[in-house]
Every structure is written in C-alpha cells, then in structure tokens.
Design a protein around this ligand. Structure first.
Ligand code: SF4
Ligand code: FES
Length: 372
C-alpha cells in the first residue's frame, strides 16, 4: 500500500567534486564534475530557501571537499537564517586559518571530520596526501575551540580495519561526541576499487566485537555509530531511509537526485534545480517516483514482512549486481543471487594479503572513463 507523500526532512548538498584528497573509497561518481559545472552562490542560496520552504530541517554540506567553496560561510549563513540544522562534512585538509571559526560564527551547528586512518601513515596512504593527518588534528582542535560539536567519521575497509581500537582512542582524545565506524559502501570509486578494499570475514567479525564492547564501555561519554558492511549482511540497510522517502541529495551542478549513486541507473533521467522547483521535483519527478513506497517491488520483497523496514535495500546496488534496479538488493539473504556477495568477498580476498595501495585507482578526474 502506498503511503501519503510527506515532505523531505534531510538534504545532502554536494557543493563541489573538487578535493585535495584522492580516497579510493569515495562515494562520488567516477565521472567527476569540474569547478566550472558547479552552481553559483545565488543558485545554492535559492535552493536552500526552497528546501526550507519544503520542510527540510537538516542539511549536510559535503563534496568533494566543501571548504574549497569560498562562499561556504555565506551558504551556511543562508541556511542558518532559515533555522536549518547545518552539518559540515569535511576532510579537514587545507582549511585556511580562521575559517572554522567563521563557519561557527555563520551559524554552523556541527562538524563531521573524516580520518582515513587512525595512524598518520594510513591517513596519508589512503588519501594520497602527505601531511594530511596533522592537518586533520588541527581542524578538530579548532572545531572544538570554536565550540562546535564534533563527529569523527572513519570509513573502514581492508587497509584500516585493524585500526578500529585506535580510531576509538583518537576520537576520544579529540573530544568528539560521536564516532562513526562506517564500513565502505561499494558504489562510485569504492565499487571500482572493491577488490582492493574488501576486508575478510574474520576482520569484520573482530571489528563488530570491538565496537560492541566500546559502545558499552563508553555509554554516556561518546556515541559510536556502526555502519555494518553490506556484503557481509543478512538483510540490507534501508538505503537513504527508503528511496525518496524523507531525504534527497543535490549534485554540484544542481542535479536533484534520490541518492548519491542514482545516476548509475540508466533507465532514470533526472532534473536540475532551476529548470523546475524543488517542490515539483520532489513531488512529480518520475525518477523520484520510480521506487517510492512498495508498489514497484518484485518478489521476494513484495510479500516480505520487512518491506517497510528496509524498503528493499539499495536500488543502486541492485542495479550494479543484479542488473535490475527493481530487484531485491543482493545483500538480502532472500535474494536469489545473494550468494554472489560471498563470491565477491572470496574473489577479492583470493588475491592475497600482499595487495597494497599500488592496487588502488585513486580518485581524480579522468582516472576512470567508464562508470564501474
Ligand atoms: Fe528487505 Fe526485500 Fe529482503 Fe524482504 S526480501 S528483507 S523487503 S530486501
Ligand atoms: Fe542509490 Fe542506495 S545508493 S539507493
């Protein structure tokens, strides 16, 4: 049964694809947009106005690296004027002196800082950027000094999964109120680099035990969010909380999308902000309506008691692995091709532990010409 259409609550604004780091696990599309394709300040401010009118309560400012936008203070101020909760998702590298304080002054509510490793050498190797760890520590200190609540985001994969206990210590030492242990989701660059990033099952199991114990030990001190790895799961996650249910994202060029990988679904076409209003896109866009609710579902999702819990999982993962965006997410044990997930894990791990950063395709414009 279809639910009535509710307004969105959250928006992810990818302000730019430019980034000083080159992480091979990046969820951005492999076809990165150059600076000249980015929306200008006024268009973003108009979009934020319309988002607030539509009911959006939280905006995550992301990228690429959003602090490369020189107008970021102005964009934050625009959201703050409408009392929209603003979270800045940053790699914290190359943020000029005084800017973190200026973000706070403009009304930023929260800062989320990624660390590619808990050790400096790992951070530098994954992001392919010398000195990045030190710069991140400095950004964290400035954020806390400016009174901003801080989340440390640790994207986890084969090359840093053994550092989970150190990530916990690092986040505590930086005064973070939240740590996100986020196992990499294989879309965008991460899908291209899947074999090089995939951990083995023993490491995943160890990680889950460590996180569980730390959560108990740190109750009331620091929250730990644990994004479990899809390929090792029994049931999928409700990607984006369900397709076009309560959140959406906007690409740097103003393309309004139900999720970050939606453009990998070739049967869908998307609309750009400005050509239509945000309200029209949210309500009427055929791409947004394609997988809303449950009417589009095939078996086994159609008759499943979990269909309004996980909403059939991730459409983009169904596209990438089953070749059909309306198929059950193969991460689900009920999917007829669920066994492929174990095969991908086995294939990735059969290439041996000698695999190093040399096997990465680092994220940069032109490194991949065909979508994965
Ligand atoms: Fe979710 Fe579909 Fe699997 Fe049921 S069959 S658990 S609805 S993905
Ligand atoms: Fe598109 Fe999951 S990333 S639905």
């Amino acid at each position: 049964m279809s639910e009535p259409l509710l307004p969105p609550i959250g928006m992810l604004a990818e302000l730019t694809h430019r980034c000083p780091l080159q992480c091979p696990y990046c969820s951005n599309p492999t076809e990165l947009l150059k600076a000249n394709r980015e929306m200008d300040t006024q268009s973003w401010l108009d979009l934020f106005e319309q988002a607030a009118d539509l009911g959006v309560l939280q905006v995550h400012l992301s990228g690429g690296e959003p602090t490369l936008r020189r107008d970021l203070e102005q964009l934050i101020a625009g959201l703050s004027a409408r009392s929209v909760y603003t979270n800045l998702i940053t790699a914290g590298v190359g943020v000029a002196e005084g800017r973190v304080e200026a973000f706070a002054e403009a009304g930023l509510d929260h800062l989320q800082l990624s660390f590619q490793g808990a050790r400096p050498a790992t951070t530098e190797m994954i992001g392919n950027h010398r000195g990045s760890h030190e710069k991140k520590l400095e950004t964290a200190r400035r954020a806390r000094a400016a009174g901003l609540p801080l989340t440390i985001n640790a994207p986890i994969h084969r090359h840093n999964i053994e550092e989970v206990p150190e990530f916990i210590e690092l986040a505590l030492s930086l005064g973070a109120e939240r740590l996100e242990i986020a196992n990499v989701q294989y879309s965008g660059w991460a899908l291209t680099n899947r074999d090089a990033l995939m951990p083995d099952r023993a490491a995943v199991d160890r990680q889950a035990e460590i996180v569980e114990a730390a959560r108990e030990r740190l109750t009331g001190i620091m929250n730990i969010d644990f994004v479990t790895p899809d390929y090792f799961a029994i049931y999928p996650k409700p990607c984006m909380g369900g397709w076009a249910r309560d959140a959406f994202m906007v690409a740097p060029d103003g393309m309004v999308l139900p999720c970050h990988a939606a453009q990998t679904i070739p049967s869908l076409s998307f609309e750009r902000f400005g050509e239509r209003s945000l309200a029209e896109i949210w309500t009427d866009s055929p791409a947004f309506n394609a997988f809303r609710g449950t009417d589009w579902m095939q078996e086994p999702c159609r008759g499943c008691e979990r269909r309004e819990i996980d909403w059939g999982g991730c459409r983009c993962q169904a596209m990438a692995i089953a070749g059909d965006p309306a198929a059950t997410d193969p991460a689900c044990v009920k999917s007829p091709i669920h066994a492929r997930m174990a095969n991908f894990i086995a294939a990735a791990n059969s290439t041996g532990s000698e695999r190093t950063a040399e096997s990465f395709i680092y994220r940069r414009i032109g490194a991949v010409t065909e979508p994965a």
